[in-house]
Design a protein around this ligand. Structure first.
Ligand code: NAD
Length: 344
């Protein structure tokens, strides 16, 4: 039985890396039918709507999405479609695992998971200017929203994730020393939730700035990290840097009724159209999607082939130090999958 999955190719390098990913999944025999839909700048240029109703209807129907990166205009223009999709489908848990895939990096054996709150914090976009005298932008103000409900469900998700994946420790990251209400509530709720898991999962809390430094100095002390929206966004990019950069980091946005999988990086306008985008992050996002669909053996075969291709150093894209292209790298992963299948 195949499963229908909404596919949003996205902007910039999105179409190239999602095409590559579809090829890899097809070669691995993943039982997926793609329901292609549009969103983002490309969709805006075509039909004047960055998030068409047809795309929302498709996600409502399929409930599982593979999404390429979407461009968000800076400082003006339409609001982030990524944020809109997360809000619309209440995809409250953003899961960003980072694992060493390529040998020879700054650290070996990195295996960390960021569980980021995805629907609250500063990213809810409640902000405005306050005019003074003849300056309409004399002051800019943003609201950071933390609810007891939102904090509890994300911390609980992190602990349940730790139990499901045989993880030992959850670190709650906060800034409760300065932001005593919003971050204070997040920490207070986190500590209460942690009591329910005592003896099963270890718990600690750490201030965000110290965490950022500790991640660079000694990342192996961490296991699962849980934090609010913006801190999670920033720290997860830092964590991706520990394993070779954004080109190797996948993300999952999970809600009770839908799940959306995507590469962590953006649309990379500086290399769009040049055929050199690294497809790994999108392929790894598709592996998380396969895990979610309980197609774990297929996901593991793809991860294995990807790891072997990275280790062999064949046809790697320039961001990984090679001189390959998106196409030659994808061909190498597919050849590895075929070799693995032949040797079983
Ligand atoms: P970016 O992640 O697009 O690019 C940062 C750097 O990493 C660039 O030098 C780029 O060339 C490189 N890079 C990223 N992905 C790569 C890949 N797969 N292969 C090789 N190199 C890669 O970040 P940015 O330039 O700050 O953002 C560009 C646009 O993407 C913005 O409009 C931003 O809002 C959007 N964005 C979208 C998402 C998303 O859709 N989830 C996430 C982040 C940024």
């Amino acid at each position: 039985m195949s499963q229908t999955v909404t596919l949003i190719p996205g902007d910039g390098i999105g179409p190239a890396i999602t095409d590559a990913t579809v090829r890899v999944l097809e070669a691995a025999g993943a039982p997926i039918e793609w329901d292609r839909q549009s969103a983002g700048s490309a969709s805006m240029e075509k039909g004047g709507d960055p998030l068409p109703q047809a795309t929302l209807d498709a996600i409502e129907r399929d409930r599982v999405v593979l999404k390429g990166p979407l461009t968000t205009p800076i400082g003006a223009g339409f609001r982030s479609i990524n944020v809109a999709l997360r809000k619309h489908f209440d995809l409250y848990a953003n899961i960003r695992p980072v694992q060493t895939m390529m040998p020879g990096g700054r650290y070996e054996d990195i295996d960390l998971v960021m569980v980021r709150e995805n629907t609250e914090g500063l990213y809810i976009g409640i902000e405005h200017f306050i005019g003074m005298e003849d300056d309409p932008k004399a002051v800019a103000e943003s609201v950071m929203l933390v609810t007891r409900y939102g904090a509890e469900r994300i911390v609980r998700y992190a602990f349940d994730y730790a139990l499901r994946h045989d993880r030992e420790k959850v670190t709650l990251v906060h800034k409760a020393n300065i932001l005593k209400c919003t971050q204070g509530l997040f920490l207070e709720v986190g500590r209460q939730v942690a009591e329910d898991y005592e003896g099963r999962v270890e718990f600690e809390d750490k201030i965000i700035d110290n965490t950022a430094m500790q991640l660079v100095l000694n990342p192996h002390q961490f296991d699962v990290l849980v934090t609010e929206n913006m801190f999670g966004d920033i720290l997860s990019d830092e964590m991706a840097g520990l394993v070779g950069g954004l080109g190797l980091a996948p993300g999952a946005n999970i809600g009770d009724d839908a799940a959306m999988f995507e590469p962590v990086h953006g649309s990379a306008p500086d290399i769009a159209g040049r055929g050199i985008a690294n497809p790994c992050s999108c392929v790894l996002a598709a592996c998380l999607l396969l895990d979610h669909l309980e197609e774990r053996p297929t996901a593991e075969r793809i991860r294995g082939a990807l790891r072997a291709t990275l280790e062999a150093g064949e046809s790697l894209t320039p961001d990984l130090g090679g001189d390959g292209t998106t196409e030659s790298f994808t061909d190498a992963i597919i050849k590895q999958l075929e070799r693995d299948a032949a040797s079983v």
